[in-house]
Design a protein around this ligand. Structure first.
Ligand code: HEC
Ligand code: HEC
Length: 276
């Protein structure tokens, strides 16, 4: 498909998708709050951002046919070998047993992926990668570590230079629910790639496309600065691009596009935050 054609289609998609679509994910935050000392929480969230970055780098390498490199990244940053680096034993004191079990299953899945990727066949490797991300989304659906109340003490953390968006607790819950949906979309796209199933990819990507952009509460839109929208807007558009290209492109190209899409996630996470 030519570039202009793609852009025209994207434009049409954004015009014709103004029909209301019901919201399939809940904005009610029913997750269990897991309290931990602030340093631990900061450490955990930094780990999390690296997890997302690792998935992105894995996809990039898979797209380039560098399965060995993808395997190394998975084992070292997400797999069983990463456990001591992540300070898992300190963390274990603070988290519920079931939450720890999901964490372990993620590390195991990453190690299994590393072995599959090393075998050199991309499709089974994508399938194995999808098992990693399904642990991410399972844990995010069940637990949270952000304190329920926002404490606004801007000067407290001088090493963290990210801009605080200053959301109210309700806005924060709605926003984080969108974020979880984004990761679920990524997971669905990867599952679709592994199953060579364009329909699965399309369905997963749609949730985080223009539909999500339109459903974002107005008060959140008002609070986010232009520099935020410059990353956020194109991210939704890239999900729409995945929807369109899933029909025609081969799975390797979709993986490459997804990896580029995930660089948006990474760059926004490096710049903004919703709590101290
Ligand atoms: C065992 C539980 C668990 C697993 C597994 C897990 N996460 Fe998380 N993650 C959390 C919790 C808890 C938070 C904080 C969410 C909150 O309080 O709203 C979080 C937050 C995040 C954040 C936001 C970081 C920030 O700066 O606020 C990202 C990004 C993230 N996770 C990505 C991932 C990815 C990618 C994976 C899988 C490779 C993953 N997570 C696996 C529990 C988990
Ligand atoms: C325009 C900005 C922006 C983009 C783009 C973005 N995020 Fe986020 N995301 C955030 C912010 C801000 C937070 C809260 C981080 C914090 O306070 O530490 C967050 C948090 C998260 C969380 C934690 C959710 C929870 O329950 O706490 C996940 C998971 C996540 N993002 C996944 C993604 C994925 C996957 C993508 C890309 C497909 C993405 N994000 C793109 C801004 C963004």
């Amino acid at each position: 498909m030519s570039r202009t054609h793609t852009l025209t289609t994207l434009f049409l998609v954004s015009i014709f998708s103004l029909v209301p679509i019901s919201n399939s994910y809940s904005k009610e935050d029913t997750r269990q709050y897991v309290e931990m000392p602030e340093v631990m929480q900061q450490h955990q969230l930094a780990n999390m951002r690296d997890h997302l970055m690792a998935i992105d780098e894995i996809l990039l390498n898979m797209g380039n046919g560098e399965l060995d490199k993808a395997a190394d990244i998975a084992e070292e940053r997400l797999g069983m070998s990463s456990l001591s680096k992540h300070g898992a034993s300190h963390m274990a004191m603070f988290i519920p047993k079931e939450m720890g079990a999901i964490g372990i299953s993620m590390h195991k899945a990453a190690s299994r992926f590393a072995l599959k990727a090393q075998e050199g066949d991309p499709l089974p490797a994508y399938k194995a990668l999808q098992e990693v991300t399904s642990s991410c989304t399972a844990c995010h659906a069940a637990y949270k570590t952000f304190p329920p109340k926002l404490s606004v003490t801007p000067e407290k953390n001088i090493t963290d230079k990210r801009i605080n968006l200053g959301f109210t607790p309700t806005e924060k819950a709605a926003f984080l629910s969108e974020m979880q949906q984004m990761l679920i979309s990524i997971q669905g796209i990867m599952s679709g790639i592994g199953n060579n199933d364009p329909e699965e990819i399309i369905k997963a990507a749609r949730y985080s496309g223009n539909r999500m952009a339109r459903e974002t509460p107005a008060s959140i839109k008002k609070k986010t600065p232009p520099s935020f929208k410059e990353i956020g807007g194109p991210t939704h558009m890239m999900f729409e691009e995945v929807v369109i290209r899933a029909e025609t492109d081969d799975m390797e190209d979709i993986a490459e596009l997804t990896a580029r899409l995930m660089q948006q996630c990474v760059s926004c996470h490096a710049t903004f935050k919703v709590s101290e």
